[in-house]
Design a protein around this ligand. Structure first.
Ligand code: ADP
Length: 403
């Protein structure tokens, strides 16, 4: 790295973990990355990876402050040297920006307070994100810290897509609307895939299918999100590793009235014991495919449901967009699972979507067109890079533009 180049430290703080990456926001490369896990447990773990070494440690990490202190000592001990990396910003992933934030912001005491106030909308995530911000600001006080919100890209969804058809006063009083999630990824992929295809994003209609352990779809018209599948929380929409996605809300009352479940048990059922995990016992699609190969009929149904739901969203968003130019598959499943991609697009030729099965075959590490040359819609596998996206947004905030 030359002395002129800059870097951004991207931090994703969870309830018991801190993931981080030191990113070159211009070249896009990860200079170093790592994860602290099992914070607060008897023995925690640290993994720190540089371009030339991997360091792993098992040791107690009582809290996030200690976790980040350990990370900074690893940077000092094995490099890269942060004082020479010209860190121009720390970018923090924040899950819920609620009705307040429509873009990334420089963190100050007011922003911290607002993130805290939004915690009822994301009780598992926002407090953990805020902890990461607080310890980060305490340990790296000389660098600007930027909060990048997962919901911001969807802040300006049209009312038709953002509103739920419930009592308006209740919705307003309790901030009930579609906020979406994975917005940083949807924004990055929809914009970068247009550039990859040599298209003007301002004149492109795109469906992004972010299929990871969490999964969401978005409809993006001329660079702006016009609909997305996640709702008030990340529970709505596609079938996920452990979440049900779309479900009749009456299932909740039914279970509470007839199965003796309380609200926390239904929450646990729908968020952590449903989706692929609930249907097959496995949340990882690789394992679900293995079960199918072993003749497990339930696993076959789970993949049918998973692909059917994606197909429904492709159809729905094609209608919302008035025709779609580009469909982009991304994240763990989207980038690696050719069966899901083929099943989701199967039979959509009359919508202008034609997959080339040979092009589709296999895992994709690089952006790859998987539609036929004659397909009116271009279907692309486009690897997401949320850390780079956060780093670039953080740079935009601190410099008012790219370095
Ligand atoms: P997260 O949502 O946790 O960021 P990822 O985007 O990394 O997740 O996706 C993780 C998921 O991707 C796994 O749970 C698994 O279902 C899927 N996945 C990863 N590799 C493969 C693969 N080779 N084939 C099929 N699915 C895969």
């Amino acid at each position: 790295m030359t002395t002129q180049s800059t870097s951004v430290l991207v931090v994703n703080s969870g309830s018991s973990s801190i993931k981080y990456q030191l990113v070159d926001p211009v070249g896009g490369e990860a200079i170093a990355w790592g994860i602290v896990e099992r914070i607060g447990e008897e023995v925690g773990s640290l993994k720190h990876v540089t371009q030339t070494s991997t360091t792993e440690r098992e040791l107690p990490v009582p809290d996030h402050g200690e976790g980040l202190r350990r990370v900074l000592s690893l940077f000092e001990a094995v490099g890269p040297d942060l004082s020479r990396a010209n860190v121009i910003a720390v970018g923090h992933r924040v899950v819920q920006g609620g009705p307040v934030f429509d873009g990334p912001v420089l963190v100050d005491a007011l922003v911290e307070h607002q993130i805290e106030q939004l915690s009822p909308l994301a009780p598992l995530h926002n407090p953990a994100n805020l902890t990461g911000i607080r310890v980060g600001r305490a340990l790296l006080p000389d660098v600007p810290h930027v909060a990048v919100f997962d919901t911001a890209f969807f802040h300006h969804l049209p009312a038709a897509a953002a509103s739920y058809a419930i009592d308006r006063d209740v919705a307003e009083k309790h901030s009930v609307r579609r906020y979406g999630a994975h917005g940083t990824s949807h924004q990055y992929v929809s914009h970068e895939v247009a550039a990859f295809l040599g298209r003007d994003v301002e004149q492109t209609s795109t469906i992004v299918l972010h299929l990871g352990n969490g999964a969401s779809a978005s409809a993006v018209k001329n660079g702006h999100a016009v609909d997305t599948s996640m709702g008030l929380t990340p529970l709505e929409g596609l079938v996920m590793g452990t979440r049900s996605g779309d479900i009749d809300p009456a299932v909740t009352f039914h279970l509470m009235r007839n199965a003796g479940m309380d609200v926390d048990e239904v929450d646990d059922l729908l968020n952590r014991r449903s989706g692929l995990k609930g249907m097959t016992g496995q949340n990882d699609l690789r394992e679900v495919h293995r079960l199918v190969e072993e003749g497990d009929a339930g696993a076959k149904v789970a993949i049918d449901v998973y692909a059917h739901r994606i197909k429904k969203y492709i159809g729905g968003y094609t209608a919302v967009l008035g025709g779609v130019d580009v469909i982009a598959f991304t994240a763990g499943v989207g980038e690696n699972d050719d069966i899901v991609r083929a099943r989701a697009c199967e039979g959509l030729e009359r919508l202008g979507i034609e997959i080339d099965l040979e092009r589709n075959a296999g895992r994709k590490k690089e952006p790859t067109i998987i539609s036929t040359d004659s397909s009116p819609t271009t279907v692309v596998v486009f690897p997401t890079n949320e850390e780079l996206a956060i780093a670039r947004l953080a740079v935009d905030v601190v410099t008012g533009g790219r370095p």
